[in-house]
Design a protein around this ligand. Sequence first.
Ligand code: DCP
Ligand code: MG
Length: 365
Amino acid sequence: EEQSVEVPVFSAASYVCQRHTGQPGHNPLLTESLAVLAESAELNGDEGRGLAFRRSEALLRSLDRRVQGMTDLRGLPCLGEHSRRVIQDVLVNGRSSEVEETKASSRYKAMKVLTGVFGVGVKTAKRWFTEGICLKHYADLNQPVTRDEADSVSVTVEAAVCSVLPGAQVTLAGGFRRGKTSGHDVDFLITHPDEGKEEGLVRKVVACLESRGFLLYHQTTKNTYQESAQGAGRPSSNMDRFERCFSIFKLTNGGDPRDTRRAQEQAEGREPDQTASAGSRPWRAVRVDLVVSPISQFAFALLGWTGSKLFEREMRRWAVHEKSMTLSSHALYDKNQERYLRASSEEEIFSHLGLEYVSPSGRNA
Ligand code: DCP
Ligand code: MG
């Protein structure tokens, strides 16, 4: 009542990448409701609608206080009519009937099981499902990865990388770099300070991890990135780079820091003590992504692999529409200047784009 209705309660920039979006925000009921509708739209293949709900969700999560009523939302960008209707429903009734119905629908539930395991799109989930991987490790993969488990995987990956290429650097990316305490997988970005030394590294690391018994499944994808003089399309002298491995790790008893020693022993080729974990299986399956980048593209790769997906998407949209540039996990191309803009840090990329730097913890859109 103290506030005049004419004065906006909140203000927010319209692009996600112009804001700091933390976890979980001050309006969890509202953001969770919108996330359900976003997910449902995505599962139905309605990407436009999904994106609209994702933007609304991100906007609400970036607000620094609780929304008390609809008037608080006056003048805010990104909130479409449909999202406002859902918000109103939740504010007034404590719940949205549309969200409740969506959550109860069998299609939503079935697809959520399928995609929830991998945190990937329907297409990939189906492929994995038919390969039987899902069924085999379903219970493990459906259980979120904790930060301790991610740290434990880090120890193993670092040991393997170090043994096949001394001097190579391993960086934990994805949600964990944004400060999330759990995730659907663990993402690693690997590079070497000497350009070119990283070539073929994924295959070597995978071979090493496999020989040490850490991989339950792996699928290596060769990179096909090529820079061109025109900023797109035409191949240049650059060779294929950015190899990636989509894997399922055999993580020795997760979470407990004592197990780091065990992981280390196993990483060094010694058998872990199977009796240490009384009664239960001494390992569990965890999804791990390994990505290798040449040092010249590392800042772009790090930015791209830190996410969130919506944050990345919004940065690319900002680049195209506001700056006439194209941004990818490999490079930034300025269409006006007709040249690539180099960067050796994320800060430099934000600066090229005329954006204020947003630290990883603020990219949880
Ligand atoms: N990414 C990408 N290209 C892909 C897959 C992912 O550029 N083919 C990027 C965007 C994501 C980041 O890498 O933000 C990490 O991917 P995840 O799917 O693992 O997403 P998060 O780590 O953010 O989520 P979670 O905590 O669920 O793992
Ligand atoms: Mg991840």
